[in-house]
Design a protein. Structure first.
Length: 205
């Protein structure tokens, strides 16, 4: 890379983006441990990203982060109050047929919003941006309800998101999502272990 290229790279690594990245990593690490403080990190990180994505013409991503902020508040409430009779909210798993319908709806909404964005806005990557956005809408809801398969959904969404952020010059965010891919695997294994332990305990009772 030329000197000018390196200068452009480092210029893109703003202090706000770095802060959002660190908060994003903290959120995911805490989520893998089912620690309720993850939602506080999520709220702060997504507030920053709402502005950053708007400035980089990723309109759906910016709108998504407004939703993330609301879901951070809901997720905190759900994890704090979500269990039956005040008990801790436990990890659940969806049946394959529910995943089939959810994925179908995400693809349909992605096509519709992608066509709208490509025709009426200057949004970058309208169809891919729409897919990651609608997928993340569903997946964030799954996290709030502690659905095990959320980690599989996040792996797909994060992997697809990386080239978008590289293209828009959000290099720290692209690196963040690469780190996410590793943490997502850890999160799935951790939640799967707890899910299996809870079900084994239920079967013995």
């Amino acid at each position: 890379m030329s000197d000018g290229g390196w200068q452009e790279l480092f210029a893109a690594l703003s202090a706000w983006e770095a802060t959002a990245v660190l908060l994003g990593i903290a959120y995911l690490l805490l989520a893998t441990r089912e620690h309720i403080a993850c939602w506080i990190c999520a709220l702060l990180s997504t507030a920053i990203y709402t502005v950053l994505f708007w400035e980089h013409s990723l309109l759906m991503e910016s709108a998504l982060n407004v939703y993330y902020m609301a879901m951070a508040l809901y997720g905190w409430w759900r994890w704090h109050n979500g269990g039956a009779n005040g008990a801790t909210l436990t990890i659940t798993s969806w049946r394959p047929v529910r995943h089939f319908w959810v994925i179908g709806i995400v693809l349909m909404l992605s096509s519709l919003s992608g066509m709208f964005l490509s025709k009426y806005t200057d949004a970058s990557w309208p169809f891919v941006d729409s897919f990651t956005t609608w997928g993340a809408v569903v997946t964030t809801w799954m996290v709030a309800w502690k659905v095990l398969e959320n980690w599989i959904y996040w792996f797909v969404i994060d992997a697809i998101s990386i080239p978008i952020y590289v293209d828009r010059g959000l290099y720290l965010t692209a690196i963040l999502f690469g780190i996410y891919l590793v943490i997502v695997v850890i999160g799935y294994l951790s939640w799967h272990r707890d899910f299996k332990a809870n079900h084994d305990e239920y079967a013995r009772s």
